[in-house]
Design a protein around this ligand. Structure first.
Ligand SMILES: [Zn+2]
Length: 354
């Protein structure tokens, strides 16, 4: 019976995802295929994206685009305003985020605010946001996760990404591995609360994590094939958020733990590294195979302990104890009351995190 059915959901996806060796040279063709016209504004960094930005610019000039460039640092409110003002000044008609996560996030948010298409050209893959509709931005001391535009296209050139520090790729893999516990938290919330669930989104997120775990032995520094193996699950993880219409399939208790560490020990470890360690511990709380998560992270070379994260035992325990407070709307294995300090210490010891 269809009477009374009122559900609707929008899913926004990239129109084309191009991944592989040297594919950055195809950026001009991609822009033409999307029928983009006028002035392109490249959003990039002074160092990390410089070479890639040069290649993008060259390819676009060959296609007779008018190309402008803005160099920015971290994804802050101030830099976002800078990008938006320059986009207006140069009368940009589309944006290209060329660089690491912060440049992509700035382009993603500016694109949403200016209602302008953007193309994501990552030069590293430290988290699963390359193709997702979510972006993080620093506002004062806080890091906010906001809804932003899904890129119209993604160009992930493995030859470029392999040149970024390996730590970033390992962190991106750890972020995707952490989907295992995010999905378990989601399933738990569905059983305990009346929360919407999308099995297609959950399956995509799980598939992405499994494919990294299964291929963990082949993910190594200075090996372009590692980027090839890792980049597709990293992108698919982002797509699972687009299917769900939220970050639910990729962000549960392990992400709450990571957000707490961002507050307690800012700048010590990368987002994905923290989520990976969080996932080991949350998998134990779920009664699942936490050793498998730990083994995969170790094989990839991502941190599995507080020492490797560069945080003290006290900071780690504090993050565990307060993790449940971060998003009251997101029910997880931590429940409404979270862990007691004793239970947190026991958990961290059993899982060899401290
Ligand atoms: Zn994440």
């Amino acid at each position: 019976m269809l009477d009374g059915f009122t559900k609707t959901r929008a899913m926004n996806f990239p129109r084309q995802v191009l991944a592989g060796h040297g594919c950055i040279s195809q950026i001009g063709d991609m822009c033409e295929a999307f029928e983009l016209k006028g002035t392109a504004l490249i959003v990039t960094g002074p160092t990390t994206g410089a070479l890639a930005a040069y290649q993008v610019k060259d390819a676009l000039l060959q296609k007779k685009y008018d190309v402008q460039q803005v160099e920015v640092g971290v994804a802050s409110q101030q830099n976002l305003v800078k990008v938006e003002e320059i986009a207006k000044d140069v009368k940009a008609s589309f944006l290209l985020g060329v660089g690491g996560g912060s440049k992509i996030d700035l382009a993603k948010l500016a694109s949403a605010n200016l209602k302008m298409p953007f193309i994501s050209v990552p030069t590293s893959a430290s988290h699963d946001g390359l193709a997702s509709p979510r972006a993080s931005i620093k506002d004062g001391g806080n890091s906010l996760s906001l809804n932003a535009s899904v890129p119209l296209g993604v160009i992930a050139d493995t030859a470029l990404i392999v040149k970024a520090p390996y730590r970033l790729l390992a962190s991106g893999c750890a972020d995707v591995i952490s989907n295992t516990t995010a999905v378990l938290d989601w399933e738990l919330a569905v059983r305990l609360r009346t929360e919407d669930f999308s099995s297609s989104a959950a399956n995509l997120a799980k598939y992405a994590a499994e494919s990294i775990i299964e291929n963990a032995a082949g993910i190594k520094p200075n090996l372009e094939e590692s980027v090839w193996v890792a980049i597709r699950p990293i992108i698919i993880s982002g797509i699972s958020m687009a299917v769900a219409g939220s970050s639910r399939p990729t962000s549960g208790s392990e992400h709450m733990f990571s957000h707490l560490l961002d507050k307690i020990a800012p700048g010590k470890a990368l987002h994905g590294e923290q989520c990976g360690v969080g996932s080991i511990m949350m998998m134990y709380l779920h009664g699942g195979n936490w050793q498998r998560i730990r083994d995969a992270l170790q094989m990839i070379g991502a941190p599995t302990s507080s020492k490797e994260l560069g945080v003290s035992e006290e900071q780690l325990i504090e993050a565990l104890v307060h993790a449940h407070e971060i998003r009251k709307d997101r029910y997880t294995v931590l429940g409404d009351r979270g862990l007691t300090p004793d239970a947190a210490l026991r958990l961290a010891r059993i899982t060899k995190v401290v």
